[in-house]
Design a protein around this ligand. Structure first.
Ligand code: AMP
Length: 429
């Protein structure tokens, strides 16, 4: 075994796999354009306080999953981003972007870092694609975000996903519910695990997020947040459902689906995949009208967004056989030097073809013709272009179509025209 291994919880992505990434990324880019979202890229690290403030100190992410370090002894702690929303909001506020237009629609494809215990579908470095819709928050806005996400999954051909939605109401609904929940939990206090006891005072809603099997029975009997909602919040949720119904997006209402942080409000959603086992969430999101204020903004920035896990999308697609037809593109032409001494000429020809926009491979190792032909076939090149002494003198090159085995001898200009015709591309005038 080699001395150095990839870091636990991280993965290398090799060329045979990268085509799948490009394919999914291509669909995300295309649909983002259709929905009017522009790409944003933020740094992989932020000051640690940003995440403490936005994600919340009582969450697992901030409590134990962040990769934080001091860039220098006097420096402020910085953290590899565990999610994108905080960084995007920070960037938008810092640039005062909303002063240029009241609504900003942003999407991203990014690497994230969480110090979780690695397992199938759970890594320490992973990728998400997602979108943030800033400056407007309404049933229509969150319905658009959900529709965008579901259309990505649908376009990729993924089957069997389950969308669950819930409403968290507004902050006064939740304040009311916190009291109701505490009253319910008080008789069970002795049976609560340590994490839940910590949350009991600060944020009892997060107890409902607990994955601890011992907590499930208690959680199952808890009163529903839904029963503490104001009529406005109920109407808001009904409107979201109306939009999803009219777009024929199937969903279940899951009254237990909560995002335990205060700046989340109204609609929350999550999508699970049947192919993923224990870590079955493939994407999720919600409305987070309170985040900007939490980050010190003087005005409110109403917002909603989603994030989907790239690796989990890829696992699901692989299991559903959706990549069968995808393979890395081979070069169009393999330039075969018949003798080692002709490599310089072969390279010249290769550069000429490339300058005409034709993807071209040439054997830089100066191997035998047989080895070069083997290589050309392995790479699934469409053509072999032979360089022999005669070709160099006459300027007429033998071009073999490796699919049909047809062979012809032509000037380089004619060869280029032929190859371009084969690709369905008009020869350049
Ligand atoms: P979250 O920000 O936790 O709501 O995550 C959004 C999506 O990112 C999830 O639905 C997963 O698909 C994916 N995800 C979250 N954590 C991980 C992880 N550690 N490894 C791989 N994917 C993840």
């Amino acid at each position: 075994m080699p001395q150095y291994q990839v870091v636990k919880g991280a993965r290398d992505i090799f060329p045979d796999e990268i085509v799948r990434w490009h394919y999914v990324e291509g669909v995300v880019h295309r649909l983002a354009l259709l929905y009017g979202y522009s790409e944003i890229r933020t740094p992989v690290f932020e000051y640690t306080e940003l995440f403490q403030r936005s994600i919340g100190a009582t969450t697992d992410i901030v409590g134990k999953e962040m990769f934080s370090f001091l860039p220098d002894p006097q420096g402020r702690s910085i953290t590899l981003r565990p999610e994108m929303t905080a960084g995007v909001m920070r960037a938008v506020l810092q640039k005062n972007l909303l002063s240029t237009a009241p609504v900003h629609k942003l999407f991203y494809l990014s690497e994230l870092f969480r110090k979780e215990r690695p397992q199938a579908g759970r890594q320490r470095q992973f990728s998400q694609f997602g979108a943030e819709l800033l400056g407007v928050s309404s049933p229509a806005a969150v319905a658009e975000v959900i529709t965008f996400m579901m259309q990505v999954f649908e376009t990729l051909g993924i089957r069997g996903l389950k969308l669950r939605i819930n409403t968290l109401g507004d902050s006064s609904d939740r304040a009311r519910y916190r009291e109701v929940l505490r009253d319910y939990l008080t008789p069970f206090y002795d049976r609560l695990d340590l994490a839940s006891r910590e949350r009991f005072e600060k944020n009892p809603l997060r107890i409902l997020d607990s994955k601890n099997p011992d907590m499930q029975e208690i959680i199952a009997g808890a009163p529903r947040l839904h029963d503490s909602l104001s009529s406005e919040a109920v109407a808001d949720f009904e409107k979201v459902r109306f939009y999803l119904d009219s777009r024929r997006i199937a969903y279940d209402i899951d009254y237990r689906l909560v995002r335990g942080l205060d700046y989340y409000c109204h609609t929350a959603f999550e999508v699970t995949s049947p192919e993923l086992g224990a870590q079955d969430a493939i994407g999720g999101g919600g409305r987070y009208d309170g985040l900007a204020k939490e980050l010190g903004s003087s005005g409110e920035v109403p917002a909603s967004g989603f994030a989907a896990g790239m690796e989990r999308v890829l696992i699901t697609m692989e299991k559903q056989g959706l990549f069968a037809a995808l393979s890395p593109p081979g070069p169009k032409v393999y330039v075969v030097a018949q003798q080692q001494g002709l490599l310089d000429h072969a390279m010249q020809v290769a550069y000429r073809l490339r300058s005409e926009g034709i993807s071209t491979e040439v054997d830089l190792a100066g191997r035998s013709m047989k080895a070069q032909m083997r290589d050309a076939n392995r790479m699934r090149a469409c053509f072999a272009l032979f360089i022999g002494e005669d070709e160099v003198v006459s300027g007429a090159y033998a071009l073999k179509n490796l699919v049909t085995a047809d062979q012809t001898s032509q000037s380089l200009d004619a060869v280029i025209e032929l190859i371009n015709q084969y690709s369905g591309k008009e020869p350049e005038s």
